[in-house]
Design a protein around this ligand. Structure first.
Ligand SMILES: Nc1ncnc2c1ncn2[C@@H]1O[C@H](COP(=O)(O)OP(=O)(O)OP(=O)(O)O)[C@@H](O)[C@H]1O
Ligand SMILES: [Mg+2]
Length: 480
């Protein structure tokens, strides 16, 4: 552990001596001494504020930006040393303060401890004593930071099941599905996070009647997502779900790249037993990373020609970009009616995916009041859509106790593929959506072409070849 040390010493000679000794400490990163109490408090406040604003990383990031140890010389001014220690300890409780004093007697020791100091070093300064006090204060500080959520590795917790829900195309019921799977898992007692990675047009918040200004974007720039930082960004919904919403300004979704998505998902999985991600239907690097990592990747379609074609297109795209194989994808047929020609076995054949045993009936009237009220959580238990989606949650193992979940068949969690395809995201590959003749069924929706998108850059040699993908079942839904 590197120990950042900020000495506050007024006398220049004393400051030089302190700095010279600190520079010999192993793993120490001493800052130049500040000369008075005002400069010390200002420097600490600036460090905390610089890291804390404007993101909700706030408290934890602020703590992490502070030095672990502050040394206060007894002759500091204008605020007297003990008073200064008290102020620092109160305002920056994760900083270990050590007093440098000629009077190392028990009375002063007690007074310093009462003020909040973590140790005393006697004058004249000796290396061993200084090293011991600094290290002890730093260790204490590290402990406090873990407690405040400053260290995400300190409490890895369970590794939650990751379920992505992606639409074959827009409007097929992706969000309704994701929301109800989340509610079902929660009702079964699981801790559940619902993440909206439909970054440009996410409407999880609209379906659950939530107004919350924090979003997944607030976590995007943070490399160490601590418990505290995560808590700041997640909305604790009254249903018990933890909601990580899409940004209000759709264009800000671009700030969430695949690396950020992996980190955010990793952080959520360490806190929640089930992490459900609404990926929308437009793939970008963030939701592609989620689909790649998922234990269960659902693809929602409706039983009509256009949607099934779109499902096939999505599956091929995932295959070309090596995000996911068709056979590792589970298609959910939503808005099924008895009189449609396109029944689930046909969807399985056309897409090459597994099709969930549970299908969801079309029941517009049932849903309409809840959709209009923006309160999907109020959907009546007698609703056939709700019953089907909650049964689907059961089929996927989201409502079982963790031990029971291990043994499930077709939807058993697959091993995480973290890092497997990271190489494929190297920048600079030419987008291939314009390379082939005729229609390009796998073109990235909303075209990443020319945008420098990493998602576009994932396109590998299969795409460049322009040939038909491996999922090309003969059938009534062939393009061209
Ligand atoms: N089984 C169903 N029966 C009737 N209506 C449904 C069903 N499932 C979803 N809907 C309705 O379809 C509409 C679209 O649903 P939803 O918003 O979940 O789709 P989506 O795929 O997430 O759309 P978007 O592409 O906008 O994200 C909503 O009005 C929803 O109430
Ligand atoms: Mg949606």
């Amino acid at each position: 552990m590197t120990i950042r040390i900020l000495p506050a010493v007024g006398d220049p000679d004393a400051a030089r001596t302190v700095s010279a000794l600190l520079s010999q400490l192993p793993d120490a990163e001493p800052a130049p001494a500040v000369a008075d109490s005002t400069a010390l408090v200002d420097a600490l406040a600036a460090a905390a504020q610089g890291a804390g604003a404007p993101s909700p990383a706030g408290p934890a990031a602020a703590v992490e930006a502070l030095p672990e140890v502050v040394l206060v010389h007894e002759r500091i001014g204008p605020t007297p040393a003990l008073e200064l220690i008290r102020e620092v300890a109160l305002r920056f409780p994760a900083v270990g303060v050590v007093l440098i004093t000629a009077d190392a007697g028990p009375a002063l020791f007690s007074a310093a401890m009462d003020a909040g100091a973590r140790g005393i070093v006697g004058l004249p300064l000796g290396y061993d004593e200084l090293a011991a006090r600094v290290q002890a204060a730093a260790q204490w500080s590290a402990g406090v930071r873990v407690h405040l959520g400053g260290n995400p590795d300190a409490a890895p917790g369970p590794s939650g099941t990751l379920v992505t829900v992606t639409g074959a195309k827009g409007g097929v019921g992706t969000t309704v599905t994701a929301v109800h799977l989340a509610l079902a898992a929660r009702a079964a007692g699981r801790s559940v996070a619902l993440v909206d990675l439909d970054l440009q047009s996410g409407d999880v918040a609209s379906y659950l009647d939530v107004q919350f200004r924090r979003s997944v974007v607030d976590l995007a720039g943070i490399s160490d997502i601590s418990v505290r930082v995560l808590q700041d960004a997640v909305h604790d919904h009254h249903t018990g779900l933890g909601l990580l919403l899409a940004p209000e300004e759709g264009e800000r979704g671009e700030e969430v790249d695949d690396r950020a998505a992996r980190q955010i998902i990793g952080a959520l999985r360490s806190r929640y037993e089930v992490v459900l991600v609404d990926c929308g239907s437009q793939m970008q690097s963030a939701n592609a990373a989620a689909v790649e990592l998922a234990d269960v990747a659902l693809l929602v379609t409706t039983p009509d020609v256009v949607a099934v074609r779109a499902a096939k297109r999505q599956v091929r795209l995932w295959d070309r970009l090596q995000i996911r194989k068709a056979e590792e994808t589970t298609t959910v047929v939503n808005r099924l009616t008895r009189n449609t020609e396109i029944q689930p076995p046909l969807v399985a054949k056309a897409t090459g995916t597994q099709v969930a045993r549970t299908h969801v009936p079309a029941a517009f009237k049932e849903l309409q009041p809840c959709v209009d009220a923006g309160r999907m959580q109020d959907l009546d238990g007698r609703s056939t859509v709700k019953q089907a989606l909650w049964a689907l949650a059961g089929e996927l193992g989201l409502v079982d106790a963790p031990a029971a979940r291990q043994g499930r068949g077709s939807h058993r969690a697959r091993p995480s593929l973290t890092g497997r395809r990271r190489k494929a995201i190297a920048a600079g590959a030419a987008p291939g959506s314009g390379t082939g003749p005729g229609p390009t069924p796998g073109a990235v929706p909303g075209s990443a072409a020319g945008s420098g998108s990493r998602f576009g850059a994932r396109r590998g040699s299969a795409a460049a070849a322009g040939g038909p993908g491996p999922f090309d079942p003969a059938g009534p839904y062939e393009e061209g």
